[in-house]
Design a protein around this ligand. Structure first.
Ligand code: NAD
Length: 420
């Protein structure tokens, strides 16, 4: 669940969300307490030599929220506003995301309080390696497997993998995912979030009665997740992309935009804005445009109590994390807009991360076609699981996804029993 305002503590939001679902499924006592507490947290303060020769102390966190269903999984974020409570919330949300798609992981998250835009590559490398060394006490292929998040990438993962491997004395590719292919990364990881989003959109369209062939699509945030999701809906399912945007603004063309040409234009000019033959629109106009499918794929808190009423899409597929506020969920549910919640719609990324880890551990790598086929199976099955709960309980898909996830974690907890 997204934080509703910057002043709201995201971990409080995450705990409230657990309470709502616990009330709904009649979960009380100790087990509710377990769900509302991170299992393990490590905060590290460590010095890094900066390019000017001075040392600076950085603070980093790693939170392993729940590992009842398996080793924990979650990204590492570099951002000036990282807080322990934010990391706790993100780790909780990873727990539910992994449970929704039923991969054998718990949830974790990490972060360093830093401003990566003001650091050189060498400084970033030294900071990453020292942080990796500090948290190496609690990470590992059988314990906790980090991945990229905001302002970290495959190079960051390569440094972590190398640092961890140097300490162990042998190569341990399975300690992180989102690695370069040359170090044990998986085929298809780069496209996985967008591809997973396209699969669940296709499945939802069948239930909603929207024909994807010829359906109109608007995508907010034509970046990794958004451009791939919309391009696949266009290429593989015959949808028409009529609107796309990025941080500089949006473009609209009622008879369709070729996503490949748009991608080229964005590469050349840095933005979708100014793409020949299109009309410029604002991000607000994009969200409210008259389309069948809306893909928010940029930022949090985009669909709010103010604009939810103006959303005319029949399906909202959340490629982004947290684009819809809770008050907007209610409005969309009443308007019969089908929302595919983030923990389902963008779970293709963590699913192929799971495939990457499985390949690393086996030392046996799959072809792209196999990755795609297995991803499709996971996403279709997960959509159907969520849809079933939504229909049975007469709740919207987000609540259904949380119910499904929390029930899976609870079942595993009860079956294992409480030690000692
Ligand atoms: P990205 O940086 O590749 O793309 C983000 C896009 O959003 C960029 O085109 C950017 O210009 C645009 N954008 C920024 N501010 C905007 C604004 N105000 N209005 C419209 N567009 C704006 O990032 P990404 O990896 O595609 O991630 C996008 C979202 O998807 C994030 O919420 C991320 O957490 C989520 N997500 C991504 C992955 C993944 O594997 N990439 C996995 C899970 C979730």
């Amino acid at each position: 669940m997204p934080k509703t305002e910057s002043s709201v503590n995201p971990f409080e939001t995450a705990k409230q969300q657990i309470d709502i679902v616990a009330d709904l499924i009649g979960l009380n006592g100790g087990i509710r307490q377990v769900l509302k507490h991170p299992k393990r947290e490590l905060t590290v303060n460590f010095p890094v030599r900066m390019d000017d020769g001075e040392y600076r102390v950085f603070t980093g966190h790693r939170v392993q929220y729940n590992m009842v269903r398996g080793p924990t999984k979650g990204g590492i974020r570099y951002h000036p506003q990282v807080t322990l409570d934010e990391v706790r919330a993100l780790a909780a949300w990873m727990t539910w995301k992994c449970a929704v798609v039923n991969i054998p992981y718990g949830g974790a998250k990490g972060g360093i309080v830093c401003d990566p835009k003001k650091m050189s590559r060498d400084e970033l490398e030294r900071m990453t390696r020292r942080y990796a060394s500090e948290i190496s006490l609690i990470i590992g292929p059988e314990i906790d497997i980090p991945a990229p998040d905001v302002y970290t990438d495959s190079q960051t993962m390569a440094w972590i993998m190398d640092t961890y491997s140097m300490q162990r004395g042998f190569s341990v590719p399975g300690v992180v995912t989102g690695k370069p292919i040359s170090l044990g990364g998986s085929e298809g990881r780069g496209e996985a979030t967008g591809r997973g989003c396209a699969y669940v959109t296709r499945e939802a369209a069948k239930d909603v009665g929207v024909r994807v062939k010829g359906a109109t699509v608007a995508v907010q945030g034509f970046g990794n997740a958004g451009s791939i999701a919309s391009t696949l809906l266009h290429d593989e399912q015959g949808a028409t992309i009529v609107a796309a945007s990025d941080s500089r603004g949006g473009v609209f063309k009622s008879d369709g935009i070729n996503p490949h040409a748009l991608e080229e234009h964005k590469k050349k000019t840095g933005s979708v804005v100014g793409f020949p033959g299109t009309k410029q629109i604002s991000n607000e106009e994009l969200l409210e445009s008259n389309v069948d499918i809306l893909i928010p794929a940029a930022l949090e808190n985009q669909i709010t109590g103010k604009n939810a009423n103006k959303i005319s899409a029949k399906i909202v597929a959340e490629a982004a994390n947290g684009p819809t506020l809770p008050e907007a969920d209610k409005v969309l549910f009443e308007k019969k807009v089908t929302v595919l919640p983030d923990i389902l719609a963008n779970a293709g990324g963590v699913t192929v991360s799971y495939f990457e880890w499985a390949q690393d551990i086996q030392g046996y790598f799959w072809a792209l076609s196999e990755v795609r086929q297995r991803l499709e199976q996971v996403m279709v099955r997960s959509y159907q699981d969520v849809h079933k709960v939504a229909v049975e309980r007469k709740v919207h898909n987000r609540t259904a996804a949380y119910v499904l996830a929390i029930q899976r974690v609870v079942e595993a907890t009860k079956t294992r029993g409480f030690y000692p």
